[in-house]
Design a protein around this ligand. Structure first.
Ligand code: NDP
Length: 327
């Protein structure tokens, strides 16, 4: 038997709770893992609270990422004792996920834990940090270097935002952080933000084109915020879009794209091909300051997950939440 968060949906409604599960019930998979840490991402918050249609099969163990130790493997790339990391691939949505003491997964979904990180650090990074890295890599790929100008990061005090600020500032970019939490200004400056902007300046309908300011952007918010970020991006600037914290809509005009040659780059961490994942994790080893990781991380146990998911959805959680699944 092992402990897991389980989401049910039936005549009694949608609910999540801590439960004991028989190992024989683990889903099909060629690698069995003793999970050490998982995390609470925005998507896990949506799944656990039922605020978004993330879970496609019930009962479901949520948790879109995990780090742990292989206990059994039919995949020749992994042997007992290997330390591994998982992000995405529909885990925690259609396949039982990381908010449990055990997981059974496809070997092709896993990446080896980088030697530089402990399982705990890998989960402090988690899907949020790996996605922030994918955004940074996309900015670089599209030619946005630090000398091109300022980068704006929205949803700054959240997981992806915090990691993006940390990475960009270490790489020499000047970062403006957009946040709805003025009381987190010192935290954001500590991560490397040069300036803090109130999110209310971005969240309402704006003009098709605004004053050109950003060389690049990491947007986790979507909706009017993304539209306003595009409208204020400089000629040939690049906007990476990965999130929907304000909304899934994009009430924008084509003006920034056809008059300023702005590029909008979509970022998906879930089905991202393995070579790019491995590159992102290598880059995280090189470009993420571990001391900053501690500053942005809160640790909880499995029994605190459901309550914390509610707080996350209400915007009351700063940075990253890692979950020690064994307490
Ligand atoms: P968090 O909850 O940690 O952070 C989200 C942040 O967005 C909040 O901290 C808040 O920042 C801001 N925010 C929340 N609500 C609103 C609102 N109504 N209007 C404007 N800003 C708001 O989530 P994550 O960082 O884990 O994820 C952020 C987004 O990125 C989510 O939408 C998530 O689904 C998406 N995501 C996508 C991935 C992909 O593969 N494409 C992978 C990972 C995440 P502040 O308090 O500073 O204002």
């Amino acid at each position: 038997m092992f402990n897991a968060i389980v989401i049910d949906k039936d005549d009694a409604g949608y609910r999540a709770g801590l439960r004991e599960i028989d190992e024989a019930q683990l889903p099909e998979g060629d690698v069995t893992i003793d999970v050490a840490y998982s995390t609470l991402n925005y998507k896990d918050g949506l799944a656990i609270t039922g605020k978004g249609p993330v879970v496609r099969k019930f009962p479901m163990v949520p948790g879109i990422d995990l780090a742990g130790r292989v206990v059994r493997s039919r995949d020749e790339r992994y042997a007992e004792g290997n330390l591994v990391v998982l992000n995405g691939w529909g885990v925690g949505e259609t396949h039982w996920g990381g908010l449990a003491q055990k997981a059974q997964l496809k070997g092709e979904w896993l990446v080896p834990l980088p030697e530089a990180f402990s399982s705990r650090q890998a989960m402090a990074i988690g899907t949020a940090g790996y996605t922030a890295m994918l955004c940074v890599m996309a900015l670089e790929r599209h030619g946005v270097s630090p000398d091109k100008g300022e980068i704006v990061v929205t949803g700054a005090a959240g997981g992806v935002g915090s990691a993006a600020i940390t990475l960009l500032s270490k790489l020499g970019y000047t970062v403006a952080a957009v946040s709805g939490r003025p009381n987190e200004a010192d935290y954001l400056r500590g991560l490397g933000a040069a300036e803090i902007l109130d999110r209310s300046a971005f969240s309402e309908p704006g003009k098709p084109l605004a004053r050109e300011r950003w060389a690049g952007a990491v947007d986790v918010v979507g909706s009017h915020t993304l539209a306003n970020v595009c409208a204020s991006t400089k000629y040939r600037g690049v906007v990476t879009a990965c999130g929907l914290a304000q909304g899934m809509d994009l009430p924008a005009s084509v003006a920034p794209f056809i008059l300023r040659g702005v590029t909008l780059v979509g970022i998906d961490s879930v089905m991202c091909p393995r070579p790019e994942r491995l590159e992102a994790w290598e880059r995280l080893v090189r470009d993420l300051d571990p001391a900053k990781l501690d500053v942005m991380t809160t640790e909880i146990g499995l029994s605190e997950v459901v309550a914390t998911a509610g707080r996350l959805m209400a915007g009351g959680v700063r940075g990253r939440v890692i979950v020690d699944v064994n307490r």
